[in-house]
Design a protein around this ligand. Structure first.
Ligand code: SUG
Length: 458
């Protein structure tokens, strides 16, 4: 494909993964209907300390492999502003938590959830090579399907503005209106396909429903709509001929694929996906369009080799699919959850896959993110991908780009401030709130950013 624009920033472009730094209140609330792991582990005891350390080790793994790695800070939790907006009162925030614990304890999990860790749902991102104004576009996802996630987007917007401050290079939009028809879950359902980073490519938007979908065939919510995808493409100034829409199958949603990235992952010209991920007619149309416009390389995993059930249990498709650190699209690596190693069908498939020279996935690295996995979030859920040119990378707030020393410092911060365990009953104890706020104040100091948490009580 030829580049649509000629006045793009020149030089090398790469994909930067910005991982969600797992917050101090990580817990298992059982809040996400249709997410089987969240349901299975509802009300289990979590380990926020382990969770955050696992997440940071994953980031370190990517740095060791030669990639540029960034992060997005955790959100302020508990979100006391939401509780006050809901009419709860208390002279001090500790009294506020106390009164919620007495009147509506079930709401505590909603405002304590550390769900912003799953940065693949933070926003949809369009690279500058694809947008007509030549900026990188971000739209925080409204996440309106679940209550604990619907409260994320305002803080996400603020954090994206802090991380990507240059209005010359970046356009950060507010979330789409929180209207059922415009339900949006962000980059988990969007893939930027391109021959090479920095070149103009195609936006592949996957959705679960549109305004005509017969919802009675769905056991679980379809969290992304066609209408939201179309709105995102418009907002990001993606030329219509560069947008491709593809519908998830009811089978996949009903089996627990609450986001597309539970049954597919793409990068460069490659889409690695499960045979039952999509509505067959929609798949045929979309793949025809993709093939007509680029050298599209689909890699289909057949159901008789990996069942939908095994794929969802192991989170095979929630692996990060990475080009070589130099951008080599023929030398790709999967960063897969350790659960894939332990699932016999998936392990056997992966062994065969990397030996198959006809496709570009050459390596697999397994990472342990079990604390996040137990809430339905694998390696790919934990990161937001942003393709950046040299010039754009230089415009990113450097506090959010990591090296080994910074990871060490963040791990020390986690060890100093995070609990070993959180049980559901701990959410009623205001001291958990005090500890969380103290940790976030310390993070602001560590990063030397005084406006990281404008709503954080002093
Ligand atoms: O939205 N889990 C998240 C997991 C998100 C995974 N992200 C991607 N697939 N990109 C969700 O379902 C569970 C929270 C709880 O139950 O405590 C939760 O929100």
């Amino acid at each position: 494909m030829s580049a649509v624009h000629s006045d793009r920033p020149s030089g090398f472009s790469r994909e930067v993964n910005f991982d969600g730094l797992i917050g101090p209140t990580h817990n298992y609330g059982g809040l996400a209907h249709g997410n089987l792991a969240s349901h299975r582990n509802a009300l289990a005891v979590s380990s926020p300390k382990q969770a955050a350390l696992q997440g940071l080790e994953k980031m370190r793994t990517l740095i060791h492999l030669g990639y540029t790695q960034g992060f997005i800070p955790p959100q302020m939790r508990p979100d006391v502003n939401v509780l006050r907006a809901l009419g709860f009162q208390g002279a001090r925030n500790a009294d506020l938590i106390q009164s919620v614990a007495e009147q509506a304890p079930e709401l505590l999990a909603m405002v304590y959830s550390a769900s912003s860790m799953w940065a693949a749902n933070a926003a949809t991102v369009t690279p500058s090579a694809d947008s007509q104004d030549g900026k990188v576009h971000f739209t925080p996802a409204n996440l309106l399907t679940t209550a604990h996630r619907a409260i994320e987007h305002e803080q996400t917007y603020h954090h994206l503005k802090v991380i990507f401050p240059s209005t010359q290079h970046f356009a950060v939009h507010p979330a789409l209106p929180s209207i059922h028809r415009f339900a949006d879950e962000g980059a988990a359902n969007h893939t930027h396909l391109t021959a090479q980073y920095g070149q103009s490519g195609l936006g592949l938007f996957v959705y679960g429903r549109d305004h005509q979908t017969d919802l009675t065939q769905l056991k679980f919510p379809a969290r992304q709509t066609l209408e939201s995808c179309q709105a995102l493409a418009r907002q990001h100034q993606l030329p219509p001929e560069q947008a491709v829409y593809l519908q998830q199958s009811a089978d996949a949603i009903n089996a627990g694929a609450f986001h597309n990235d539970v049954v597919a992952v793409g990068n460069g010209p490659v889409l690695f996906f499960h045979e039952q991920a999509y509505v067959p007619a929609s798949q045929q149309n979309a793949f025809n369009e993709l093939s007509a416009r680029m050298d599209f390389k689909p890699v289909c995993v057949p159901a008789d080799q990996v069942s939908l059930e095994d794929a969802i249990k192991s989170y095979l498709f929630n692996s990060q699919l990475l080009a070589g650190p130099d951008g080599d699209m023929n030398n790709m690596r999967l960063i897969a959850p350790t659960e894939c190693e332990e699932n016999p069908a998936v392990a056997a498939y992966l062994k065969k896959l990397v030996q198959d020279q006809a496709q570009p996935i050459r390596h697999v690295t397994f990472v342990d993110v079990r604390q996040s996995m137990s809430n339905g979030g694998g390696p790919a859920c934990l990161r937001l991908r942003v393709v950046l040119s040299n010039e754009e990378l230089a415009a990113v707030n450097p506090a959010f780009i990591l090296d080994n020393q910074k990871i060490d410092r963040l791990q020390d911060w986690v060890r100093a401030h995070y609990r070993e365990h959180i049980a559901p009953s701990d959410l009623t104890d205001p001291s958990l709130m005090e500890e969380s706020f103290k940790a976030l104040r310390a993070l602001s100091e560590l990063l030397e950013i005084d406006h990281l948490y404008p709503g954080l009580p002093a």
